[in-house]
Design a protein. Structure first.
Length: 250
């Protein structure tokens, strides 16, 4: 079985990009930032919220994803392009549980605590529910957590911007889930990196067991081009509205 692109494909876990600066589904609005909905697991997760709540909610509506169908909001790091849509989303669904790094400012955490059913401050690696984990806070140019999905024979690592380094996030995920084939999805923060640095990172990721790559958001045009060349059939083109079926990866 191979990675499937169509939103209706498969009944298992899948990830749908609902906020991005790269276009895929031309019905949807783009904006600088990233958000994705992961469903088909025990609970539905909204990973990050993009920079604009209006765009986020409009895209969810166009994709027939109801805000009240989301059980968990997972925030990778404090930047506005990943948290900017949160409060408007919580207006529509205050029943969710929000996981955020403990290093977030107190004022931000207070606002979230008042607006949602439960807020969880993340420090170390921990389980969110069966098959879904956080790497815990990793230090970098900015403190960040990544989402880890245990898919049985493989794992998916979902990154907001990979400020600590996408290789470090993958290493942390492997420590949690064990040595398995890895899919990486999200922002890898290569939009200011030179070609040599990106190639060196791709080699590290190969050594770590990354078999599928789906770079978007801050990964940059050159980063996406180089991943496309290296991963070929295991490169996944990502943009707003793209759905990746995670139930069968080969």
């Amino acid at each position: 079985m191979s990675v499937k692109d169509h939103p209706s494909a498969g009944q298992g876990p899948r990830a749908t990009v609902v906020f991005d600066n790269y276009r895929y589904d031309r019905r949807l609005a783009t904006g600088w930032g990233f958000a994705a909905v992961i469903d088909g697991l025990e609970k539905a997760i909204l990973f990050d919220t993009g920079s604009d709540g209006g765009i986020l909610l409009s895209n969810l509506s166009a994709l027939d994803i109801r805000p009240d169908s989301i059980d968990v909001v997972f925030l990778s790091h404090i930047d506005d392009d990943h948290t900017g849509g949160l409060m408007e989303f919580l207006d529509k669904n205050p029943s969710v549980k929000v996981y955020l790094p403990s290093s977030f400012p107190s004022s931000f955490k207070s606002s979230v605590a008042r607006a949602c059913a439960e807020m969880v401050e993340v420090r170390g690696a921990t389980s969110i529910f069966d098959g879904a984990f956080t790497t815990g806070e990793l230090e970098g140019t900015k403190t960040e957590q990544a989402l880890v999905l245990d898919l049985g024979g493989s794992i998916a690592v979902i990154s907001g911007c990979a400020h600590p380094g996408i290789d470090r996030l993958v290493k942390a995920a492997i420590d949690i889930a064990g040595a398995k084939d890895v899919l990486i999805l999200g922002g890898f923060h290569f939009f200011r990196s030179d070609t040599h640095s990106i190639i060196a990172m791709i080699r590290k990721l190969r050594e770590l067991g990354v078999r599928w790559a789906a770079p978007t958001h801050c990964s940059g045009d050159e980063g996406r081009r180089l991943f496309r060349e290296e991963y070929d059939g295991h490169y996944i083109e990502v943009g707003i509205g793209k759905t990746i079926d995670l139930s069968g990866l080969d």
